[in-house]
Structure formats: C-alpha cells, structure tokens
Design a protein around this ligand. Structure first.
Ligand code: NIG
Ligand code: FE
Length: 388
C-alpha cells in the first residue's frame, strides 16, 4: 500500500480534543496517509518517511466536510418559486409536490446523471461524506428507486417516504401513513440506513411521525427527524424520546426543546441555507451551544428550501448570523456531522480514521467565513485518494 505524507500544514484542525480545545488544532503539522486511513499525525519536524510527500506550503487543513442532510435525488428545479419568495411569498411544505411530479417524470438515468453531478459538485467544495434522503417519489416503486439510486453513491441513505402527503392521498393522510409503514418501508428498508419524517404543520403530525419512526426502528432503521422548521411544535421532544441521531432544522426551538436536546445524545443539525433561501430568522446557535447541545451544520441541498451545496457558505452564515465562532462552525460541519450520522471514522484527523482531508488555499480555517463565496478548497482526499 502506498503511503503519502502531507507536511508543512500551517494549521491542522484534527477535532481530537486537546487541552480544552475541541478542535485539537496543531501548527506546522503533518499527516501520514496509509491506504484509506490516516496512519500518523504530528509535527512536520518529526514526520516519518513516506512513498510520496506533498508540501502543504503553510496552508490550513481540515477534515472533509460531513454533510449529514441532503435531498439530492430529484427532477426539475423550483427557481420560479425562489424568485416569488424573494418577492415576498412565504415558503410552504406543499412546494415539495411540484418536485414529486418532476421526479416521477424523470428516468433512472436522468436522476443518476444528476446525482453524480451533485456528488462531483460536493467533492470540489470539500464534502467527503453526504447523507441522501428519498422523499420526492411518494409511491412505493418511486421511493424504492430513489433510495436505490442514492445507495449507488453513499452508504448514508435515508428513507423519507413521509416527506409530505401526496395529492392522491390528500383526503386520507392516514391511508398514506399506512402505505409508508407497510409496503413502502418493506421496499425501501433494504437500501436504507435511516428513517426520517417531516414533522410539521402541512406535512405529518407528531402522532403520525411517531408511528412512522417506530415502524422504521422495528425494521432496523435508525431515526432522524425534520422538525420545528416552520414553527414551534412537539417534534423535537418526540425525536429525543425515540433516541433520534439528529433533529434537523430547529429554526423555532422552545426552552423545553433545548433542555431535552441538552440532556440527550441527539444532535441538533442546523441548516442555514434554508433560512437564507426562505427568508426566515436564523436560529440562535449560541443559545444551543451554551446550553450544551451538540450542533451540526449541513446544507439540506434540495430544489425548494435550500439549493446550496456549499458547506463553506453555511459556515459563513453560522459565524456571521448565528453566533458561532469559526472553530465551532468548522467543528459542526465536520465532527458534528459525523455525530449526527453516529460515525467515528470520519470528521476527525487521527490515526485509524478515514483519510478524508481538505487542504484550503488559506492559512487558517477562519478564511472559510472571512472570505465568503470564494472557492478556497485546493485539494481533497477521500479514503486516502486525491480526488480534487
Ligand atoms: O429539508 N422540510 C422538508 N424538506 C425539505 C424541503 C423540501 C422542498 O421544499 O422541496 C427541507 O427543507
Ligand atoms: Fe431536509
């Protein structure tokens, strides 16, 4: 197996906590890659020999971004809906149905080509792990093909048959829930690791959501939940009760939600691209962090509420408008995402972890927020292979 030494790293964010610093930042550091894994981390001055040496030239390195929330399998787009929103229209859950129509009309190859395009787009921006949800099929064969296609590009596949009630069931939402927990779950579980529900007014009630998540758990899927995106509700506490790995959105959290999250090992995944693109207020990440909640950041790439795939953009918003330090935001976009996916082999730079690494064209990670919109990703390694 070939070894590669990356030396001369000006600032290395390891996310291996040291001396009260959760980012475990090292200066003038080096990383040794052996095959798919990291073999050694330390000072450039004491680095071991390797087959190949890369000089980082004093630049900053961070773990590959872990984007723990996306909806990348869909047809069409909703640029007109975005324009209308910027002109004053509110965002509503029902917009999902127009993407369902476009997705059903697309062939497997159309969806596959688009999905592969997105994976390339993510890689060049430093994302080395992505979770992908279904949810734009909303019929048994349609949802099955979305999780099957997602499984071609990631192991973090989420069955989201309960994204919204499709028009065919508008008069009988509980009959749709019967379909989701029955034949749809049977068809989708073999391709999925996770089960998710959009628990919100206009989508699914807390009782329906609980029924769906419990059915998924019985089938061996682990729960994650969309909640409190459009207004406060009981979804966050239900998710914590069910031991969800993550509750996502959390735009409208109550003190009771925050207390429940802080006392649990459920991560709260913030999705700043959504507030940006729907003109909603940014959640107060500082309040969450100060209360002891574990926070992740993700893009929620989808054609409706957030069509960015840039983790750097989300970091910049989190720092500018949500009260996070750059160190906290970078941690949330890497180690936080790994926690939200219950993974310990990614999101940190340590011996034994996957060699998923991003070299920035900047001397420090602060530049991710300080230089918003600027492509700062210079090189990316995924499982030890240079992919950018
Ligand atoms: O995470 N909240 C529900 N699902 C997506 C939005 C999907 C859409 O508008 O198409 C989200 O924001
Ligand atoms: Fe989402």
């Amino acid at each position: 197996m070939t070894t590669t030494l990356i030396s001369g790293i000006g600032e290395l964010t390891t996310n291996v906590a040291a001396g009260g610093d959760p980012t475990g930042t090292l200066r003038d550091a080096a990383v040794l890659i052996d095959g798919e894994r990291i073999a050694w981390v330390g000072s450039s001055a004491t680095a071991p020999a390797a087959d190949e040496v890369v000089d980082a030239g004093g630049r900053a390195m961070i773990p590959g971004f872990v984007d723990s929330h996306s909806h990348l399998v869909f047809g069409g787009d909703r640029a007109a809906e975005f324009e209308a929103r910027m002109a004053g229209q509110p965002y509503a859950a029902g917009g999902i149905r127009s993407t369902v129509q476009a997705t059903r009309a697309a062939t497997d190859d159309d969806l596959r080509a688009r999905l592969r395009g997105f994976i390339g787009e993510l890689r060049t921006q430093g994302t080395t792990t992505v979770e992908i949800k279904s949810g734009y099929g909303l019929a048994v064969a349609e949802e099955e093909r979305l999780v099957r296609l997602a499984a071609e590009v990631t192991s973090e596949v989420t069955f989201l048959g309960a994204h919204v009630v499709p028009v065919e069931y508008a008069d009988d939402p509980d009959a749709y829930v019967d379909l989701v927990v029955g034949p749809m779950l049977d068809a989708c579980a073999p391709h999925s690791r996770w089960i998710d529900v959009f628990c919100e007014t206009g989508a699914f009630t807390v009782a329906q959501s609980r029924r769906i998540l419990e059915a998924g758990i019985t089938r061996g899927l682990a729960p994650r939940v969309h909640a409190s995106q459009l207004g406060p509700g009981d979804g966050v506490r239900m998710a914590v009760e069910l031991g969800a790995a993550s509750v996502d959105h959390g735009t409208y959290l109550t003190d009771a939600d925050i207390a429940a999250l802080a006392a649990s090992d459920t991560v709260l995944t913030l999705l700043p691209g959504v507030e940006f693109s729907t003109r909603q207020p940014y959640p107060d990440a500082r309040r969450l962090l100060d209360a002891g909640v574990t926070v992740a950041l993700a893009c929620d790439t989808n054609p409706g509420s957030s069509f960015t795939s840039s983790m750097a953009f989300c970091i910049a918003i989190a720092v500018r408008d949500m009260g996070m330090t750059t160190a906290e935001a970078v941690w949330a976009a890497t180690a936080g995402g790994a926690r939200a996916l219950r993974r310990d082999d990614i999101g940190r730079i340590a011996p034994g972890a996957r060699a998923d690494l991003v070299l920035l064209d900047a001397p420090s990670r602060v530049h991710l927020a300080y230089r918003p919109g600027v492509p700062l990703v210079r090189r990316v390694w995924k499982d030890g292979t240079a992919v950018v």
